[in-house]
Write a protein that binds this ligand. Sequence first.
Ligand SMILES: *Cc1c(COP(=O)(O)O)cnc(C)c1O
Length: 379
Amino acid sequence: MNHFSTEYQQQRAWVNINHQALINNVQALKSLLNPHTQLMAVIKADAYGHGAVKVAQTILQSGVDSLAIATLPEGIELREAGIVVPIMILGAINSIEQVKDIVEYNLEPTLCTPHQASIFVETLAQLNATLPVHLKLDTGMSRLGTHWHNAVDFVQYIQQFPQLQLASIYSHLATADDVDTSVTKLQHSRFEEAISALKASGIKIPRLHLANSAGTLLDRTLHYDMVRVGLALYGISPAPHLKDKVKLQPALEVKARITQIKTLSPGTGVSYGHTFKCDRSTTIAVVGIGYADGIPRLLSNKMKVIIRGKFAQQIGNITMDQLMLNVSNFSDLEVGEVVTLLGKEGDLEVTADDWASSIGTISWEILCSFKHRLPRVVI
Ligand SMILES: *Cc1c(COP(=O)(O)O)cnc(C)c1O
């Protein structure tokens, strides 16, 4: 066991991160790629709640080529932990102070507009520094980036400045997880159109990339020189119809302990608002985890947990720090027993997808909600 061991034996709730699962997922994903295609791991938002530094250390030993994060502090955290591979910032950086930090920490920004590029050039000139930059084209996501029609102008603008080294050109898919692939095809053809226009203008084409997890699973022609994989790395398929493309194993489990057990008489209401009322004598277990830990409150009365290899129904409103279970079907449960909220026990499994579909959201949001208060245990 690691040094969390003693502390973790006493925890009311925690997250297990299975690093072997991360390694298996990297290898499974790499098996989909052409040998020349690089794998960039997207570890923004603290590696989707899995712990960015530790995840990076593990996956860089198993074949990941580079990393992507969303914000400057996320990049600085990785550099301060001694990570030396290329780190691309996916978000837009617009302030001079941030440009200075990017240089100092050797991070690689995304440039979305000529104006943004000009802010970089001015600061880089003052610092007498150069920087690898990644140009973002908007081919249909309608988020960051320059319209694909203007790719040539944008690249030519960048190329007049020796401070900016064009490291890659990329775009982002909006609906690659959709069964209907028409928008993805349209974005793919727009990206191709932009590349053709760049070639026709005599521009030397740098590294190109387009695919997120869904694009990576969907079709090799979307892979180009690199894929930017987030969700699939953590073992979750971006869509049910892409599940069979490769075997992925969820890396995150959520566990908590029973803190009290009691039997309630018929008619007794449970938790705030009494949204659950016992219709018979009901034994409940109180569990030390709540919405402040990342369990969505919308799952109240809708989620099942696993105890001793059996499902137990959650009842009543989930509270900030605690939730209740109906454990009438269990005998001899004890305070201190461990409950699996997300994860696998024997043949039973509860996934982030199960939660997401119960409450109308996506597994990405479920994963990145386990934040500050839950210790992470590497298993
Ligand atoms: C978050 C993000 C990704 C990773 O997306 P997944 O669906 O989690 O694989 C890739 N590219 C960009 C630009 C992103 O913002």
